[in-house]
Design a protein around this ligand. Structure first.
Ligand SMILES: C[S@@+](CC[C@H](N)C(=O)[O-])C[C@H]1O[C@@H](n2cnc3c(N)ncnc32)[C@H](O)[C@@H]1O
Length: 300
């Protein structure tokens, strides 16, 4: 029973000490003393109290409930651990799209998911005309056939909708590091012949001479680059003086989880102003993004 203690006392005082029975008794008394020595604490000389709970090898009620509590504790710790691991993986792969794992990881993930990209995004022509094409063409310096660059072109969204626009007579170069995304863009842009060109590459360095383009775009991508500042610097470099830049700035709570990379409106506009851009203007755009337009300064 729980709490009941049995005192084992191997005293030999009661044994008879005569005849053969006496010898038998002495032999067994010796055994008993040896046992007694073993269970007597050497320093105090006190006998150890044996607990009958463990005597038959079966746990008592309190031990059982302790065991159940420990099991629940370990399950709880395990669930917390798995939850944390899952949340970390979700943040690393889904929210920040591998940016903390390096440029190759980001591009590799786009290679893996390229075939699903357009199905997920489901860009609609009217919305693209209203929110992408019109704002950019209205901002571009007047030119009969401007040359434009779209950085991180993905599956060719910006070049395709620009070239679909009847009032646009220029050329567009789509630069994209994911071969699979670029292959889809190539299919989409083929009908436009030499008005569309493709370049495989990353935003830094841009494989173009300084002052080349009338306009540069980069939508929904800056936050996935190793350095948004280095990429913007390159975009400004290849822009002609007076040329237009149109980029997006990630907003919303997810944007703030880009630890060490998030810039609020003020910080982003200040960065652009530092990069030889003027007339920096931020507009609310679509979910999770602002649209930011600016013009490269004309020196002299
Ligand atoms: C969310 S997609 C946006 C694609 C396209 N601009 C659009 O609006 O549909 C981000 C793109 O950035 C590209 N990208 C990732 N890292 C890059 C880098 N370092 N330089 C240039 N492009 C990059 C990816 O391959 C991907 O196609």
């Amino acid at each position: 029973m729980c709490g009941l203690k049995l005192s084992l006392d191997y005293s030999t005082d009661f044994l008879p000490r005569r005849g053969s029975a006496d010898g038998f008794a002495r032999t067994h008394a010796l055994d008993a003393r040896q046992i007694s020595q073993k269970i007597t604490q050497p320093t105090t000389g006190k006998h150890i109290q044996a607990d009958p709970k463990g005597f038959h090898g079966r746990p008592g009620k309190s031990e059982n409930s302790e065991h159940v509590s420990m099991t629940f504790l370990w399950i709880f710790i395990g669930l917390i651990f798995l939850g944390t691991l899952g949340a970390l993986a979700y943040w690393l792969i889904v929210i920040t799209e591998g940016v903390y794992l390096g440029r190759r990881a980001v591009v590799w993930m786009y290679d893996l998911t390229a075939h699903k990209y357009d199905g997920i995004k489901q860009y609609e022509a009217d919305a693209e005309r209203l929110f992408v094409v019109r704002p950019f063409l209205n901002h571009l310096p007047r030119h009969p056939a401007p040359t434009l660059l779209d950085v991180a072109a993905g599956t060719g969204r910006v070049p395709y909708f620009l070239l679909e626009e009847p009032t646009f007579n220029g050329r567009v170069i789509a630069l994209e590091p994911s071969r699979k995304m670029l292959a889809i863009a190539a299919d989409k842009l083929r009908p436009y012949g030499n008005r569309a060109a493709l370049a495989a590459g990353t935003a830094v360095p841009l494989p173009f001479a300084a002052d080349t383009f009338h306009g540069v775009t980069c939508l929904e991508a800056l936050e996935f680059f190793p350095s948004d500042e280095a990429a913007l610097r390159e975009m400004v470099r290849v822009l002609r003086p007076g040329g237009s830049l149109m980029v997006t700035r990630r907003t919303g709570w997810e944007a703030k989880t880009f630890v060490g990379r998030y810039r609020d409106t003020e910080q982003f506009e200040a960065l652009l102003a530092d990069l030889d851009l003027m007339q920096v203007e931020t507009r609310p755009w679509q979910m999770d993004y602002d649209l930011v337009l600016a013009r490269k300064k004309v020196v002299g």
